[in-house]
Design a protein around this ligand. Structure first.
Ligand code: SOE
Length: 397
């Protein structure tokens, strides 16, 4: 087999992957490795070489998902000569350390979002990737929902004219019960921030992708439940499948964060992330209004894109529903015939195909690479500063 390091040679047949993390995102990424070569024509086939995680269930995970080996030691994984790509699906506080170690060992790096705990860490990741000339990608998976990619293509083609507004929300409700335990996503030292870094990160990435960079922001955060039971040992592995213990601990991250933004092109943005929006499970909504029309997208109906054409006769105007399942819509051709809808997990497969073909083998930057995702992190940092200082803040560089 012609196995070579992707960072030193462009001709390769197999891409050996080391995955770090075996919870929710570890599962989503494992599913993508399983399926990507079956649906897409790839320039290199990923080989699920080794999964790394902490806990007695790692061997079971490896067996179930088809990872050839498993380990608890990530430092071994990033150093192995036979690993070409490292995929980081761990809690946020480990992203920078692991990504830098992987880049120093000349591995291509895929990293879950948010990229880092803050922009200072993200800058170190960018520097390590640049120094070692390795392909990188941050897993902002929703930009690769066909409807979102298609919206981007239409906006870039001028369908909306001048963009006036971006309206984005990411709403969940999984921690509304005050008895829900203080899981790692609610601990600042592990996660960096709460709903903001977890959810606003996605919609900031989508908005930047669709409309461009953000110059300044003003925001507010709130923590509604400030004390929670600590997590009891022995809970299930699912994100929401947790048990409360008898002791309690402080919640030091935001439950919700809203902010206003001014885009470099003059558009106005409103963003809202909350884990206290009853009835919303994974409610991602984004709308863009321009001089010639509007687009809107709701993830819970992710195969649909709504489009308003202001150049139509005003008596016939109205939002029209485009079912984004035609073979010539982005990514759709490799999946099912028109009308046979796709779901959440397909975004990860689409993303992986782009990273392997264009980034790792093609050696072209695939967005959002570390340098691009740093810009999202700078927006997130500016919002937190603004909330603390109660004023508008310029997004850093
Ligand atoms: C948890 O809130 C979470 O899993 C996020 O971390 C993901 O990025 C999001 O897409 C779904 O919700």
């Amino acid at each position: 087999m012609n196995v070579v390091n992707p960072c030193t040679c462009m001709i390769m047949k197999e891409l050996n992957v080391g995955l770090i993390g075996h919870q929710f995102m570890g599962k989503a990424h494992s599913n993508a490795y399983h399926n990507v070569a079956k649906f897409f024509t790839l320039k290199a086939k990923p080989v699920m070489k080794v999964v790394c995680g902490i806990g007695p269930d790692v061997p079971v995970f490896a067996e179930r998902w088809g990872w050839k080996e498993n380990t608890q030691n990530y430092k071994e994984v990033v150093k192995r000569d036979d690993i070409h790509m490292v995929d980081i699906c761990t809690p946020n506080k480990l992203h920078a350390e692991m990504a830098i170690a992987a880049a120093e060992n000349k591995k291509a790096v895929l990293c879950e979002k948010p990229m880092a705990m803050d922009a200072a860490e993200a800058k170190q990741m960018v520097a390590a990737a640049k120094k070692n000339k390795v392909p990188t990608l941050v897993s902002f998976c929703y930009r690769r929902a066909p409807a979102v990619t298609f919206m981007k293509q239409m906006i870039a083609a001028g369908k909306l004219g001048r963009v006036y507004h971006v309206r984005a929300q990411y709403l969940q409700d999984w921690i509304m019960d005050p008895k829900f335990p203080r899981v790692w996503r609610l601990v600042k030292a592990i996660t960096g921030s709460g709903a903001h870094g977890d959810l606003n990160a996605h919609i900031v990435d989508m908005a930047r992708y669709l409309v461009g960079d953000i110059d300044e922001v003003v925001g507010m955060t709130e923590t509604f439940i400030k004390q929670r039971p600590l997590e009891a040992p022995g809970a299930g592995a699912g994100l929401r499948d947790k048990k409360a213990g008898s002791k309690t601990g402080a919640v030091d991250v935001d439950d919700a964060c809203a902010f206003l933004a001014r885009f470099a092109n003059g558009a106005m943005g409103t963003f809202e992330a909350s884990r206290f929006s009853g009835g919303h499970k994974n409610g991602i909504f984004i709308e863009v209004n321009g001089s010639k029309g509007s687009f809107k997208f709701n993830f819970e109906d992710m195969n649909e894109l709504w489009y308003l054409d202001l150049e139509e006769d005003n008596r016939e105007q109205g939002f029209k529903r485009i079912l984004v399942t035609e073979p010539n819509h982005p990514y759709v051709g490799v999946w099912w015939p028109a009308g046979h809808i796709i779901g959440y997990e397909h975004n990860f497969v689409n993303m992986l195909a782009d990273f392997i073909n264009d980034g790792i083998v093609g050696r072209k930057p695939v967005m959002p690479d570390f340098a691009d995702a740093l810009k999202t992190q700078l927006v997130l940092d500016a919002v937190l500063k603004s909330a603390e200082e109660r004023c508008w803040v310029k997004v850093g560089k």
